[in-house]
Each structure stands twice: as C-alpha cells, then as structure tokens.
Design a binder for this molecule. Structure first.
Ligand SMILES: Nc1ncnc2c1ncn2[C@@H]1O[C@H](COP(=O)(O)OP(=O)(O)OP(=O)(O)O)[C@@H](O)[C@H]1O
Ligand SMILES: [Mg+2]
Length: 375
C-alpha cells in the first residue's frame, strides 16, 4: 500500500520562509504571518511586525482590496522598491466558504534582470517590425491608401470607393491616362484587402513577348518545351494564389492569351503549358489600362467577353488637369521627397512659378509633375 508522505507544520513553514516574500493578513488587515526574507529586505523587525496593520508596514499594499472589494480571484501587482522590481500576487483565503484573510507572495528581481528582459523584448519587437516591413517589400505592395494624396472631391471619393471594393474578391479594372497613379491604386487595393498578407504579384502585359506570355502567366510543366527548366515553373497566377495579381497595361495582352485568361478567370483553375492536370487557384485580379478598352474591343484588338469579365468594378482615375486642387499638395509632397533624396532644404515654391504649374495641362499627369519638381 502506498503511504502519503506526511508534512509537518515545520515543513510548511520551511517552505513559506523560502518564498522571496510572504505575508498573510486577517480580514481586518492585521498581519498574521510575515516571513524573514521580506522583513530583511524591507528592514522590518519581524516580531513587532506581527499584529500590525498591513498599511502601517507597507503603505502601498493592495492586500486589503481583496477584502474591501470582495475579490475572489488572485491579483498581481508590480512595484519598484529600493531599486528592485517586485511582483506581488495575492490570494483570498477561505475557510468553510468564508473569507478569513489574504495571503500574498512576492517575487523580487534584480533590475538588471528585468532590464535584460525588457531589452530582449524590445529587440524582438524591432526585429518583428523589420521582418514585417521586409515581407511587405518582398511581397511587393509597398503603397497604401495613405500614399494616394489629394484633397479634391474626386480623389476623396475614389479613396472611399477603394475602401469599399477592396474588401470583396471581384476583379477590378483601373483606367486612366498615363501617370495618374494606377499602379499606386493597385497596391492600395491589395493592402486594403483581406489578402494583404499574401503575395502581390505584378506583371506588365506590354513587357513580355507573345511567345513567353502564356508560360509567364500560367507556368509550365517539366519538358513542356525545349529549354524549359527541369522541374517546371510556376506562373504568375500560381505565385499570386490566395493573394492578388496585378496585370498592368492589360490592353497590350496578346489576343491569343486573352482567351486563356478568360477561361482561368471563369473556371478559377488553370493548366500549365505542357501540363495535364487542372490546378485550382484563388486569385484576385487587378488590371490597369491607359487606353479605352471599349474602343479596342470595337477595333477587334480586345476580346469583348474578356472586357466584360474584367470590367466588374471600374476605378477611373481622372487626369490631373481635371483636379487641379490636388496640385499644391502634390508639389509639397514631391518637394519634400526631393529634399530627402538630395539633402536640400527647399521650403516653398515661388508664387509666380506656382501659377504656371497650376495652369499647365499636365499630359503626363502626376508622374510629369513629379519629374518637373525633381528637375
Ligand atoms: N495621388 C497621388 N499621390 C501621390 N503620388 C502619386 C499620386 N498619383 C500618382 N503618384 C505618383 O506618380 C507616379 C506615377 O504613378 P503610377 O506609376 O501609379 O502611374 P500609372 O497610372 O501607373 O501610369 P502609367 O499608365 O504610365 O503606367 C508614381 O511615382 C506615383 O507614386
Ligand atoms: Mg503604371
């Protein structure tokens, strides 16, 4: 038969004396037990401490809160005392369901230890911040809605619309002249969406030769064509899985690729070049064009069905000349940007120069304004 080890009252006392600090009070606040360690630490006389009111010994003690506020759970408080840090945890003591007092034990630590811990935590926090920024940079969507500047009604309205449409999964077509900020907006949409922690993949339809466009977008399987890498390769769609794919200058997409693109958007699955199985994909497509797609459709350069599929939500960015109120703010921003890059201290633009900038038509829009300020 197993016998339970019997602990004597001395054994319990031995334990209580080895806790950093241990105090017990009755419900009137009188000290019923206090260990030697806390007395030595606070330079109190052990024998006269017994029976005193707790606040007489420790004016900041919160032990009576447990009695006064009927706290049935343990509470921890932090103190700094004599250059040391202490954490005190107090418990209500019950006997036959009746509160008979409160016991509190302390953990004192060297400030050096606490400091080391806090520094360690700060370092971790900084590292985390660094990795967050780094992952944002690697994932590619570096602009947010706050990078889109403008006080005009048009821009405020546009930002409102972005906040609204970014939430869903529908395909978004961004239209507008060159330099109006379409790329900026594509980034902002991704960063506003629930996909923001996943990849933001970009591809410019004008930049890829027709012969490569299909494998760039949809990937290829091993041995798909001569020169294909052994293991095959993921296309942009697969890379953007669970994230967003931004196809810039979609108006330049070769017509041969357009039908496959349409199929992928409709079926939500793709087959790689030379592949035999369908791969399911979950991608939010954001497309941009600086030409009127409707016009291209009527000329036969763009598939009508694809145009309708893309144009679920259209975000039109008006040219700068139609929102001149934004010019001063943009100038201020680009001057500041140039000051930072070139180490200059330019504060203001001459009134006469500003007049000219406000009157100009800006065919190259915000990009042109940026270049002019830089010059
Ligand atoms: N509202 C804005 N606030 C701040 N910067 C802007 C704004 N609009 C555009 N820009 C800046 O202007 C430049 C051009 O913008 P962006 O590249 O997005 O234009 P785009 O519409 O994609 O042009 P393109 O059709 O020629 O590709 C970028 O440097 C961008 O950061
Ligand atoms: Mg662009």
């Amino acid at each position: 038969m197993k016998t339970e080890p019997q602990l004597t009252i001395e054994d319990y006392q031995f334990f209580l004396e080895h806790v950093n600090g241990f105090v017990a009070i009755d419900t009137a606040g009188r000290v019923t037990y206090i260990n030697k360690q806390i007395c030595d630490f606070c330079r109190l006389d052990h024998d006269t401490a017994i029976g005193k009111h707790i606040t007489e010994l420790f004016p900041f003690s919160k032990m009576m809160d447990t009695v006064n506020f009927n706290q049935s759970e343990s509470k921890t408080e932090f103190y700094f005392y004599e250059g040391r840090f202490s954490a005190s945890t107090r418990h209500p003591m019950y006997k036959n369901n009746k509160l008979i007092g409160v016991a509190e034990y302390d953990i004192f630590e060297d400030m050096a230890l606490v400091e080391a811990f806090v520094n360690h935590y700060i370092n971790l926090d900084e590292e985390l911040k660094y990795f967050k920024e780094e992952s944002q940079r690697l994932l590619g969507a570096k602009y947010t809605i706050d990078t889109i500047l403008g006080r005009s009604y048009t821009i405020r309205n546009l930002k409102e619309k972005l906040r609204h449409v970014a939430r869903g999964d529908s395909t978004i077509l961004i239209t507008g002249e060159t330099g109006t900020g379409k790329e900026l907006i594509a980034h902002a949409i991704h960063n506003l969406s629930k996909r923001r922690l996943r990849n933001f993949i970009r591809i410019n339809a004008a930049g890829i030769p027709e012969s490569l466009a299909e494998s760039e977008l949809f990937g290829y399987d091993p041995g798909a064509f001569t020169g294909a890498s052994k293991g095959g390769k993921k296309g942009k769609f697969e890379l953007a899985d669970k994230g967003s794919l931004f196809i810039d200058e979609i108006n330049q997409m070769p017509i041969s690729i357009q039908s496959k693109l349409l199929r992928v958007l409709q079926e939500k699955e793709l087959d790689r070049v030379g592949g035999s199985k369908n791969i399911p994909i979950d991608v939010r497509l954001i497309a941009a064009t600086n030409q009127d797609l409707n016009n291209l459709v009527s000329k036969g350069y763009f598939r009508k069905d694809l145009y309708y599929r893309l144009n679920v939500v259209e975000i039109h960015v008006p040219p700068l000349r139609e929102r001149r109120e934004d010019i001063p703010l943009l100038i201020e921003h680009f001057v500041e940007q140039c000051n930072n890059i070139f180490g200059k201290q330019v504060k203001k633009i001459d009134e006469a120069a500003l007049e000219i900038l406000l009157d100009y038509d800006w065919p190259g829009n915000v990009r042109e304004l940026q270049n002019v300020i830089e010059k």
